[in-house]
Ligand binder design. Structure first.
Ligand code: NAI
Length: 494
């Protein structure tokens, strides 16, 4: 072990958790090894957030021209070229991968391409890690951060053959340039709805099958209702409360067999069946944690159903000196949460070593914005109305529609609304949901307000630039107390 290179921190996995941690650690002066078995950037950059947003941009442009073009005085025949959109997406991905590589290099971090596995060791003597790629190499690190992420969940009965029955990884493969005539999507969650929007815009007839009684069931029901209007207008069929029993490839197409989700497990065989046929099927039913072959069992790192168990405050695993962050911990599976966790794990790793200009830190999940790039976009934060009720909050709410906002009207973006939830006693903001133009951006202002415990008045009394979409936040806050200027109401009485 003595002749192997010694690092302060080794990070396994280079998604938004891992590559971010590597740069952060270098900023504090640490000697860093970053290990990646596929491509820099992980799911987010290669087969997640970034490529879908690149395709979304094409879909959005098509929808804008189709829906508003004529009214805005821009009439044209649209020629769709999905292959070109995919090539643009590929270019963006490879440029950003190059960007991460350049940043790691600039910070003098060593990037190793290969599968990392912790072979043994402890927090006093350091840990030995093997890297198996084109070359085999062992390194040693005083602290380790596992940031290996997740991959699409597979169910045997869905017969995912990566040919006709696909995962989101397959559909975002650089060579996948097909617009299926009919696309069946299993799971109407975040991934399912984002792809439904993209492919239906490019011409697919999209059919979605969802187990729960609603698509994107984590969002506020009135937001989902608004989204459903758009799904309907795009001709997307959403079949809810469907238990998908099997998916089979017919060679030239796919066929799914379902029954009602209310049928008990022991009666599935005799239950009345429905059949759905299409040319391709996308399975988007959640994600499995990438925790295999990392040496966890040998080291005694505790896991639960594939997730690496961590102290939720410090992110240390059951083995001192080894931390885990991001999707692999089974927490909130969002890129920005993984990056936040990276900051915490790096701070705790380096603080425990001593000699670095950083102190111990704990996680803070109080304010986690979430965004969904359907059309219209969705942004949400904090708790929903039902949760607020369950938690015993007395609520005050504000709601403001896009159609009443000057800037939104000018942009031809009149669909949607913002909903603000505040605590009746303190007037502090406890949640917000927004569906409409720039919703994911609007949520950032509310995140800042919530992070600092601001009240509805604090935000409403802040001058917002006119004319901007950010005035949606202003009017939404004002409406909590019946003071929105561009909404009919009644005088306020004591
Ligand atoms: P998800 O949990 O959002 O949705 C999966 C859906 O599939 C759920 O509605 C679930 O009820 C349904 N489902 C599960 N099993 C089923 C079955 N057998 N038959 C029919 N329906 C079934 O998971 P998804 O969409 O795969 O996304 C994975 C993760 O990636 C999520 O944590 C999400 O937050 C994240 N993500 C975030 C994005 C963003 O921030 N914009 C974009 C895409 C994904």
């Amino acid at each position: 072990m003595s002749d192997t290179e010694l690092y302060d921190i080794a990070i396994i996995g280079s998604g938004p958790g891992g590559y971010h941690s590597a740069i952060r650690a270098a900023q504090y002066g640490a000697k860093v090894a970053l290990i990646e078995k596929k491509n820099l950037g992980g799911t987010c950059l290669n087969v997640g957030c970034i490529p879908t947003k690149a395709l979304y941009a094409s879909a959005e442009l098509i929808q804008r021209i189709r829906e508003n073009g004529e009214e805005l005085g821009v009439s044209c025949d649209i020629k769709l070229d999905f292959g070109k959109a995919v090539e643009r997406k590929n270019k963006i991905v490879s440029e950003l991968i190059g960007g991460i590589a350049a940043l790691e290099k600039a910070w003098k971090n060593d990037v190793f391409m290969g599968h990392g596995k912790i072979l043994g060791g402890n927090a006093n003597d350091g840990f030995e890690i093997s890297i198996e790629g084109e070359e085999k190499k062992n390194i040693k690190a005083k602290r380790v951060i596992i940031a290996t992420g997740s991959s699409p969940a597979l169910i045997p009965a869905f017969n995912i053959d990566h040919d006709r029955i696909l995962t989101s990884d397959d559909i975002l493969n650089p060579d996948f340039k097909i617009v299926p005539k009919r696309l069946l999507i299993i799971g109407a969650g975040v991934i399912g709805c984002e792809f439904a929007n993209i492919f239906s815009t490019f011409g697919s007839k999209v059919i979605m099958l969802e187990y729960l009684p609603s698509p994107i069931a984590t969002e506020e029901p009135m937001v989902v209702k608004e989204l459903q209007k758009k799904l309907n207008s795009l001709g997307i069929e959403v079949h809810v409360s469907q238990n998908v029993l099997s998916v089979d490839s017919t060679g030239t197409g796919v066929k799914a067999t379902t029954c009602s989700a209310t049928v008990p497990r022991d009666q599935l065989e005799s239950a009345e069946k429905s059949y759905f046929e299409a040319d391709y099927c996308l399975v988007s039913i959640g994600r499995a944690k990438e925790s295999g072959n990392l040496g966890l069992e040998e080291l005694g790192i505790e896991t639960a159903r594939g997730s690496i168990k961590v102290n939720l405050k410090t992110l240390e695993t059951s083995v001192k000196g080894i931390y885990a962050i991001g999707d692999v911990t089974g927490g909130i599976m969002l890129a920005h949460v993984a990056s936040h966790e990276g900051d915490v794990a790096v701070a705790n790793s380096l603080a425990s070593l001593g000699g670095f200009p950083v102190e111990e830190r704990i996680t803070d999940y109080k304010v986690v914005p979430a965004t969904i790039f359907t059309s219209p976009n969705i942004g949400s934060i904090g708790i929903r109305r039902k949760q607020a009720k369950d938690l015993g909050y007395e609520l005050v709410m504000g709601r403001f529609p896009y159609m009443s906002l000057g800037k939104a009207k000018c942009m031809g973006e009149e669909q949607g609304f913002i909903l603000i939830l505040a605590d009746k006693k303190t007037h502090k903001i406890i949640g917000a949901s927004c569906i409409g133009a720039e919703a994911p951006e609007l949520i950032s202002e509310i995140a800042l307000a919530m992070q600092h415990g601001l009240t509805v008045h604090d935000v409403a009394e802040t001058i917002h630039s006119h004319p901007t979409i950010s005035e949606m936040v202003l009017e939404g806050m004002e409406d909590v107390f019946g003071l929105a200027i561009h909404k009919k109401g009644r005088p306020i009485h004591h």
